[in-house]
Design a protein around this ligand. Structure first.
Ligand code: BES
Ligand code: MN
Ligand code: MN
Length: 461
């Protein structure tokens, strides 16, 4: 089977995606709530037009989940497509070359044929929409040999808080053989890869309180603990000289890969010079004893995501703030449990606080790490599909990001997920000027039908 998209089909797919990208469905900010609901309606309508049945916008305690299906044969395997229609906030908006919700096509060095610039272009509206267009293509060309269910959520970027209950309550309706997700990336447009792992996440917020009010730094400076100084020192202590995390017990359950596995992984192309120059860095930094590729996939990390307190306005103000705050997240690898890690962090962070301050630690959302075994028929079907459309074999690759719901799918539905991502690390997801290559968008639409074909071949009952 060959999937050839006509110019007309490409144009329609592009123009329809533009409509969705114009809806500012930022889940983190209540000001955009109407738009988030509008995006759900848009997705439902688009599934309906594509030929899906039982299309439903199912409310949750937060934003709704769009469900749809097409059952073709009770004996055929069932694929559940998961994606998200919500996006990250666009800020800082002044750093965008074009407004984030007014999509434009522009060429880049990596995407000479053009890329769509808009918030959500790659993460995940563009990639999610490839599945709707591929589904429509399969129906039109009588090439759909699996049952399909769609489950598209609107709270992924804020931790999918209401998805766990949904998956548990709708367990039967979501019954399937494999879950298919395009919400990750690949190595390059010349060298595809399939994400075989996602890191877990533990997200904390800390507050250090010193004096009961902001103080004149001349009158009190040097005589009382300055919460910002203290917080900075405490954060600095969370890594040692080898850039290992100092929280006692943090590494206890970390999966250590064998030398052979690490060698196998090391075969995936990675150019450190390109990596540095793309980020304007003179050098990289990370845990001693591991390569950059390993540091960002199979090793756990701890990063400050934000830090604030004191005076940050124009000019100078001599002040000792009463409070200092930070948001700190840890990426976790297989066998680490996020609730356990959150507790270890809280315990340690309080233990290293000096006298004269109070420390408060709160845990935000978390997520469990995930791995797809490469002997799974879903992985094999994806492998064959990429091989056909790219002409080279894809590499399996552990990803550094997190999609917490994937481990939950396995726990509740007992089903594995296949991560067929088509984005690139350089697509600037979550950053200003997020984009998605037209090459990648069309390649996704033409690779997905092959996944269904091979998956049906490998799972005929
Ligand atoms: N699509 C990303 C995750 C991703 C991107 C995984 C690229 C692998 C490669 C997803 O939308 C995301 O941003 N996830 C968050 C976690 C969530 C709990 C906010 C993340 O990884 O920070
Ligand atoms: Mn995403
Ligand atoms: Mn994201």
């Amino acid at each position: 089977m060959q999937v050839h998209l006509t110019e007309e089909e490409k144009k329609n797919a592009r123009e329809e995606l533009f409509e969705l990208l114009k809806i500012p469905s930022v889940s983190a900010d209540p000001d955009y709530s109407e738009a988030v609901h509008e995006a759900a309606k848009w997705v439902a309508n688009s599934l309906d037009k594509a030929g899906a049945e039982q299309v439903e916008i199912i409310p949750t305690a937060g934003y709704p989940i769009v469900y749809a299906e097409k059952m073709i044969d009770p004996n055929a395997p069932t694929v559940l497509v998961y994606g998200h229609y919500d996006v990250q906030p666009p800020d800082p908006t002044e750093l965008w070359d074009n407004p984030p919700f007014e999509p434009v096509i522009q060429p880049t060095k990596i995407h000479p044929e053009g890329a769509i610039f808009a918030r959500g272009a790659c993460d995940d509206k563009g990639q999610m929409f490839m599945h709707i267009k591929a589904f429509e293509w399969m129906l039109r060309n009588h090439a759909l040999h699996c049952n399909v269910k769609f489950m598209i959520e609107g709270e992924e970027e804020v931790g999918s808080d209401n998805l766990e209950d949904f998956v548990k309550n709708y367990r039967e309706r979501l019954d399937c053989d494999v879950i298919l997700i395009s919400d990750t990336g690949m190595i390059s447009n010349q060298q595809p890869s399939i994400t075989t792992g996602l890191r877990g996440l533990s997200y904390m917020e800390v507050t250090v309180t010193g004096p009961n009010r902001d103080l004149h730094s001349g009158l009190y400076g040097g005589a009382v603990a300055n919460p910002i100084n203290v917080l900075a020192k405490m954060i600095a202590q969370l890594h040692d000289d080898q850039n290992r995390i100092t929280i006692p017990g943090f590494y206890d359950k970390v999966e250590e890969l064998s030398k052979k596995e690490r060698e196998e992984m090391g075969k995936a192309p990675f150019d450190l010079e390109d990596y540095k120059s793309a980020l304007d860095l003179s050098d990289v930094q990370g845990e001693e004893g591991y390569t950059t590729a390993e540091r960002q996939s199979i090793r756990p990390t701890l990063d400050v995501n934000g830090i604030w307190g004191g005076y940050t306005g124009e000019g100078a103000k001599t002040v000792i703030a009463s409070k200092a705050h930070a948001k700190i997240s840890m990426r976790l690898v297989p066998h680490q449990n996020w609730e356990e890690i959150s507790a270890l962090f809280a315990q340690h962070f309080k233990a290293i606080a000096p006298k004269g301050v109070r420390v408060e630690v709160n845990a935000h959302h978390g997520g469990t790490p995930y791995v797809t075994p490469i002997d799974h028929t879903g992985y094999q079907a994806a492998h064959k599909a990429y091989h056909d459309t790219f002409g080279v074999e894809p590499f399996p690759q552990r990803g550094g990001g997190s999609i917490p719901i994937v481990a939950l799918f396995e726990e509740v539905l007992n089903v594995k997920s296949v991560l067929m991502g088509f984005g690139l690390d350089s697509d600037a997801i979550h950053s200003p000027n997020e984009h998605f290559g037209l090459f990648n968008f069309y390649k996704g639409i033409s690779t997905i039908p092959l996944f269904y074909k091979y998956y049906a071949d490998l799972n005929r009952s």
